[in-house]
Design a protein around this ligand. Sequence first.
Ligand code: NAP
Length: 289
Amino acid sequence: MCSSSSRSVLLNTGVQMLFLGLGTYKLVGPEVVYQAVDAALAAGYRSFDSAAVYRNEADLGRVLKELLPKHGLTREDVFITSKLGPKDQGEGAMEGALRSLAQLDLGYIDLYLIHWPGTQGRVVTDQRNPGNRAESWAALEKLHAQGKLKAIGVSNYTPAHMRELIQSCKIPPAVLQVEFHPRLCQTELRKVCEEYEVCFQAYSSLGKGELVTDPVVLEVSKNCERTPAQVLLRWAVQQGVPVLPKSSNPDRIKDNARLFDFTLSDTDMDRLSALDCEHKYCWDSSEVV
Ligand code: NAP
């Protein structure tokens, strides 16, 4: 079962994954990555979410090697996620995952995800997509067995992609990472994850920054004397969903981490959930066969 303590959730691999991680999409360049990771480690973040397509794996790995000793930490104190690029889906998967391992150069990756159910450069209806996904998963299973990828999972999979994977895999996915916020409550996907004991993880919890000005979010924020971002992140973690807010701003990074010392009332939780209108700020995988 995907059970949770106050700060972390137990994955089906037996490893704990923290509820809070720093999103790193658009954190590019050594100085930007250094400043954000330094602020995050100081604020208590121990988890970082990267991807081959973010083009920051090498900088993240280098910066962590420099900053961990400064913060009195070791490699084992942090949890690093990365993702297989959609261009490497299928026969390029083993090479793509090995490239991520080499770029990060941290010995192993704590969680490695198939970023996207399709394949870059192919139409969403390409009938080779399911075969490519299966080939990628088999590569990830091999690297998991070798201890190089401690946990493996998927991202942007629909309920149909999840069922296909569960029925064919040797090792079940530990995590599904998808867009999740009050305007996109993902009811069906959450049920599938619960059924198959897969940890459901949120990305774009702040709606890429746009949800912090939503009138309902602002009202709840005023009621509980917390920032709109904290309200949005708390709404997710209070439902047992880990979050990955991205910021390049040290003050916001610190602010976004203050999630575990307050509770939203049932009324405020319900008001936020009532905003659900299946709105996506990110990419939409529903057409990928
Ligand atoms: P997000 O976390 O929803 O929002 C980030 C935006 O909000 C940035 O523009 C940031 O600007 C702003 N922001 C951050 N904290 C704020 C605060 N306290 N008040 C006001 N604005 C604030 O967006 P996201 O980057 O799309 O998602 C988060 C992470 O999830 C990504 O970085 C990535 O790691 C992951 N992700 C994964 C996928 C996938 O396909 N698997 C897709 C999207 C995202 P500043 O930087 O200027 O603070």
